[in-house]
Design a binder for this molecule. Structure first.
Ligand code: GDP
Length: 438
């Protein structure tokens, strides 16, 4: 785990910040001899970040003249141990001469530093925060360790300094094939569409039935972007005997959905939104994939405008869990609508990969809470403090606060719908988890 040191002159509020991050119960006193004698260490948690934290405040109560000298030695030791340094100033007092030698030590270390303007509760002490720019330690993060304000901004500032376990797999690399599954009921027209996309010829020399029968994928390219298409039963059927009695195999659909990043649920526009269609969409939501709805056999539809309007309304009503998923009319047989389909695929893929900064999220959260505060449930006051995005693909948010186990489901839905609107997240599942503490 990473080590974070809290550094600064006496009385800027280092211990208060330490206690806020560690939780008083967990604070350990390190009583090894020497310069580290008075330093406190603890396991800190902020949002999803866990780290070891060192406080250099141990000497503040001492009244000896050697105080500053000893603190400096202790600070040097803490800085040497740290991966990231929190350099704390008092936003109300502004920059004092006593801040400078500590700032100098931090700068000399060359380690990543986050400048913290403490005691800035209720936006007080902004003057001091501006002055702090002059230290040359970057932009100050105003917060109030005592009142717990600004912790989301601290999280935001710290996060880039921690390795993110998901980052490796989460990169949106345009050279990596985008994995797209085309699923739907038998006879929706999946194989016709895929043949049209990749070309008959390619298909004939493509995967051999039998060998690849369980996970048929085809490499394709659309406008220079490599695409891996996953088919459920279509290709296999084509390769074998035509079998019109084929049932939708949930296992097949599930396998294709799991492989995919984006799932195109292909409907037969002449018989749309059958029960099977809805359960496939459910599957896509549960697996957390991005969704596009393809309305196939559009060439058979007489009143195209009327039907499209009607089906878009139906989609909104029947599929609230993936609200706003693009609905694209097309004809695999005529080869029309494939470009709009692929544009929609790339668009929901982007949405699925969205990352929203903690600052933007919390600005939005403040407004959402004000517009519609969480209810008190049987006398328990529910308090939501802040939120961060913990993952993408699909977007996953953690909400932090107190008594969240009493938060009604309808309120979580309010947050999800609000997030979807405010940050334009159509066509992707959105996850919200509730975390207590802090
Ligand atoms: P799959 O089971 O989903 O793979 O469906 P198929 O691709 O085998 O198509 C089922 C039937 O629908 C076939 O008779 C196709 O010719 C027909 N079909 C597929 N796409 C279209 C389309 O866009 N328009 C029309 N009119 N028929 C289609």
């Amino acid at each position: 785990t990473a080590t974070v040191a809290i550094v600064g002159r006496p009385n800027v509020g280092k211990s208060t910040l330490f206690n806020r991050l560690v939780g008083k119960k967990l604070a350990l006193v390190d009583d090894r001899p020497g310069v580290t004698r008075d330093r406190r260490e603890g396991e800190a948690k902020l949002g999803d970040l866990e780290f070891r934290i060192i406080d250099t405040a141990g000497l503040e109560e001492a009244t000896e003249e050697s105080l500053l000298g000893r603190m400096r030695a202790q600070t040097e030791a803490a800085i040497a141990d740290a991966d990231v340094i929190l350099f704390v100033i008092d936003a109300r007092a502004g920059i004092l001469p006593a801040d400078r030698p500590f700032a100098e030590m931090v700068r000399r270390s060359g380690k990543p530093v986050i400048l913290i303007a403490n005691k800035a509760e209720g936006s007080g002490g902004m003057a001091g925060a501006y002055e702090a720019f002059g230290l040359g330690l970057g932009e100050p993060v105003p917060l109030s360790a005592e009142h717990g304000e600004g912790m989301a901004d601290l999280f935001e500032a710290l996060m880039p300094h921690f390795p993110h376990p998901d980052d490796a797999e989460e990169e949106d690399d345009p050279n990596k094939p985008l994995q797209v599954a085309i699923v739907g009921r038998p006879n929706a027209g999946k194989s016709t569409l895929i043949n049209r996309m990749v070309g008959e010829e390619r298909l004939l020399t493509g995967p051999e039935a039998g060998i690849t029968r369980d996970s048929i994928s085809l490499d394709w390219e659309w406008r220079g972007r490599p695409i891996k298409l996953f088919d459920t039963a279509g290709l296999r059927k084509r390769a074998r005997v035509e079998d019109k009695l084929e049932k939708l195999s949930v296992a097949d659909a599930l396998r294709a959905v799991r492989f995919a990043e984006v799932v195109v649920v292909l409907l037969d526009a002449t018989i749309p939104f059958e029960k099977q269609d809805l359960s496939i969409v459910d599957l896509v939501e549960q697996e957390g994939r991005a969704l596009v709805i393809g309305l196939n056999k559009w060439d058979l539809v007489a009143d195209q405008q009327g039907l499209l309007k009607d089906l878009k309304e139906k989609a909104t009503r029947l599929l609230p869990q993936v609200r706003g998923a693009p609905v694209v009319p097309l004809s695999g047989l005529a080869g029309s609508g494939i470009d709009p389909l692929m544009k929609a695929v790339l668009q929901v893929y982007q949405t699925w990969n969205t990352r929203i900064s903690t600052a933007r999220l919390n600005q939005w959260l403040g407004e959402a809470l004000e517009a519609n505060p969480p209810p008190a449930v049987s006398g328990r006051r529910i308090k939501i403090r802040y939120m961060t995005q913990v993952k993408s693909r699909p977007p996953h948010f953690a909400v932090f606060g107190n008594q969240l186990d009493a938060l009604p489901k309808s309120y979580t839905r309010y947050l999800v719908n609000g997030l979807r609107e405010a940050f334009e997240l159509p066509g992707t599942p959105i996850r919200v988890s509730l975390r207590m503490g802090q």
